[in-house]
Design a protein around this ligand. Structure first.
Ligand SMILES: CC(C)(COP(=O)(O)OP(=O)(O)OC[C@H]1O[C@@H](n2cnc3c(N)ncnc32)[C@H](O)[C@@H]1OP(=O)(O)O)[C@@H](O)C(=O)NCCC(=O)NCCS
Length: 181
């Protein structure tokens, strides 16, 4: 297992098939899926297929969503990371998009902001990106608050496969988690 980045309370690594139970606990919860298509998973096979797809993204692009692990007990509490879009989205192509998702019992502890901040630092300082994007459901206030704390700016609402979706942009110089340690 290779640790990619660490924060005071967490570390991030690639997702593995051993993470199925933790991701199933997270993704079977309707509250977690409320603003992401509203289709909680029904089976562990669906999770296994997602992990296989992420492993393919690690191989093809060198990056994808990473497991977020609580240092205290090594629990996989969710995921955070950059997805590389090589297909057009909102008239952009070849972009990196920040995403995160956590088990409901771990909301409200600052873990999303802490892990996503480390992901952004990696994107700007290690990958050398100048801009990172994010999208949310217009009513996903928790996610929007995370983005705002990280320095993202709301740009516009667009139609994403028939759903109204908010488009956020972060330039490197506005990244609140990227100052040198
Ligand atoms: C979106 C999501 C990741 C946000 O998680 P979250 O836990 O609300 O986000 P944060 O990490 O910012 O933590 C929230 C609160 O924890 C509080 N907190 C408690 N202890 C803390 C600590 N030690 N350090 C920092 N913050 C702490 C903060 O005050 C913060 O609240 P505030 O912004 O009002 O100040 C979560 O709701 C989720 O997983 N949702 C389902 C999936 C989803 O919608 N993903 C996004 C798709 S676009």
């Amino acid at each position: 297992m290779k640790i990619i980045v660490t924060t005071p309370r967490l570390y991030l690594r690639e997702l593995e098939h051993d993470d199925v139970e933790d991701l199933f606990e997270m993704d079977a919860d309707p509250a977690v899926h409320r603003y992401i298509e509203n289709k909680p998973v029904q089976t562990r096979d669906e999770i296994s297929r997602v992990i296989s797809m992420l492993k393919e993204q690690y191989r093809a692009f060198g990056i994808a969503r990473w497991a977020v692990i609580d240092k205290e007990n090594n629990e996989c509490i969710g995921w955070a990371g950059l997805k590389y879009f090589n297909e057009p989205i909102n008239n952009h192509c070849n972009i990196y998009e920040l995403g995160y998702r956590f088990k409901q019992k771990h909301w409200g502890k600052g873990f999303a902001t802490e892990s996503a901040g480390a992901v952004l630092k990696y994107g700007f300082n290690i990958l050398g990106l100048e801009t990172i994007y994010a999208i949310t459901h217009p009513d996903n206030d928790n996610s929007k608050r995370v983005l705002t704390k990280l320095g993202f700016e709301y740009k516009e609402r667009f139609d994403y496969d028939g759903d109204p979706t908010d488009w956020f942009v972060l330039q490197k110089q506005n990244c609140t988690s990227c100052s040198p340690e």
